[in-house]
Design a protein around this ligand. Structure first.
Ligand code: AMP
Length: 439
């Protein structure tokens, strides 16, 4: 017989691992509610053309793309923004704006599997459509920051930049959009030498080369100083200057909105996706060198997909990496709630029916009850209950039942007592309230 393994890069989520993801999802949904983001689901499969239009070279090449049986060129979604822009361009075209939409979704990229990089991964998302104002940019940062706080993080930081800073400069040198995209891809990977070589080949001025070099080094947590330095370097470039001014305003608005997190302004910052048109950011913890999530402004995507001109800004916290970060920081401890379950063990086959009846009654009253269904004796049934972390066992024995009673055993303290069936639900309701259990 053949033993099958997972397909490379694909993971099973066993109960304890899934519980971590579910915990994060519950906090994401808390934020959806508090900030008014309505959850939407879109299909995993989309047209390749839609997904690839502004995805950027890197992601475009890593898509699970194939022809379906009808000959359509399709792909598994590598991210969610394209699908949301499609929905806003079509089905939600005439919906009142601004529109706040949220999602929790699995995405697929044929990345090289490594720590924090999987071929199937989960993103949460907050997308705000219909506002070009800086308050909207700030709102996305505020939500993302709040989510991190609700998950228990402190000491994380937000790296922030704006694609217009570099693009503004490259535009003024007449660098084509395609070439700009190539450059932004290299900048995203911090390949400074390759950026400069590429620009030399494109025959940009020496002044531009020097400026790009300076910009790629310009980053720091003293936001005011970095932004002032940026403005000095780019004093001749209106579009870049505007981006720097906007960044300053966004940071200030986020601060007013309760973000007390460190900002690292990175003037030479780019993200892989090509649809960004303004502010971009990523969230990090110092202990992990990979972004826990990121986002930015993408004002042209809805229009590109045939919709009304709709400015938009959004973010995608990466759930898998947040799990890693929470594990690293010990943030799951005491957070994952488990239900106190009870195992009902009949003493002998004759009492199986009675055990089923008791279980049904407990469940009707909201208590998690399972029957012993493999005909084990009490000793091995109790040992099973122990291994599986049952909080209680109910032993249904003939002698007690004659008196209308069962034995209720507390598995943790290993104590037991007789309880009358009439009082069982009451007794159990008190004991089986959700309890916090660290893992
Ligand atoms: P992006 O859509 O590239 O902006 O990514 C947003 C977030 O999704 C990243 O910051 C990561 O947290 C997460 N992410 C992206 N690619 C992967 C991957 N291959 N595996 C796990 N998480 C990922």
């Amino acid at each position: 017989m053949k033993a099958f393994e997972n397909v490379r890069g694909m993971r099973d989520f066993l109960p304890q691992e899934l519980a971590k993801r579910r915990f994060i999802e519950s906090k994401v949904r808390e934020c959806f509610q508090i900030y008014g983001y309505e959850e939407v689901e879109t299909p995993i499969i989309e047209y390749f053309e839609l997904l690839s239009m502004r995805a950027g070279e890197e992601i475009r090449h890593r898509m699970y793309a194939f022809k379906d049986l009808g000959g359509r060129k399709v792909a598994l979604r590598p991210e969610m923004t394209a699908s949301f822009a499609r929905v806003v361009a079509t089905k939600l075209r005439s919906e009142a704006k601004p529109l706040r939409l949220g999602y929790i979704a699995n995405c697929f990229r044929y990345d090289n599997p490594q720590m924090g990089r999987y071929r199937e991964f989960w993103q949460a998302g907050f997308e705000l459509f219909g506002s070009s104002r800086l308050e909207a940019d700030a709102e996305i940062i505020i939500v993302n920051n709040d989510l991190m706080k609700r998950l228990g993080f402190s000491g994380f930081f937000i790296k922030i930049g704006d694609v217009r800073i570099l693009r503004g400069l490259l535009n003024s040198e007449g660098v084509s959009e395609d070439d700009q995209n190539t450059i932004m891809g290299l900048v995203d990977k911090r390949k400074v030498k390759s950026v400069l070589t590429f620009l030399e080949q494109k025959k940009v001025s020496d002044g531009c080369l020097k400026t790009v070099k300076k910009l790629l080094e310009l980053r720091g947590t003293d936001c005011r100083k970095i932004l002032e330095d940026g403005k000095r370097i780019l004093s001749q470039n209106e579009r870049s200057l505007e981006a720097l001014e906007d960044l300053e305003a966004i940071i200030n608005l986020a601060r007013v909105g309760g973000v007390d997190t460190t900002f690292l302004v990175d003037v030479g910052f780019a993200r892989g996706l090509e649809y960004y048109t303004g502010m971009i950011y990523e969230v990090f913890i110092p202990e992990l060198g990979i972004a826990l999530g990121g986002g930015g402004r993408y004002d042209k995507l809805v229009e590109l997909f045939g919709g009304e001109p709709t400015p938009a800004v959004g973010c995608a916290p990466g759930i898998d990496r947040i799990v890693l970060a929470m594990e690293k920081k010990g943030l799951f401890s005491g957070q994952l709630s488990t239900i106190n379950r009870v195992l009902i063990i009949p003493v002998g086959d004759d009492l199986s029916a009675k055990a089923l009846e008791i279980a049904a009654n407990l469940r009707r009253n909201g208590i998690s009850a399972q029957n012993e269904v493999v005909g084990r004796n009490i000793g091995s049934a109790l040992s099973y209950a122990d291994k599986k972390g049952y909080a209680y066992a109910i032993i249904v024995g003939p002698r007690e039942l004659e008196k209308g009673c069962i034995i209720l055993r507390n598995m943790k303290v290993k104590e037991q007592k007789e309880v009358h069936l009439v009082n069982l639900v009451n007794e159990m309701s008190l004991m089986t309230r959700i309890s916090l259990k660290s893992i």
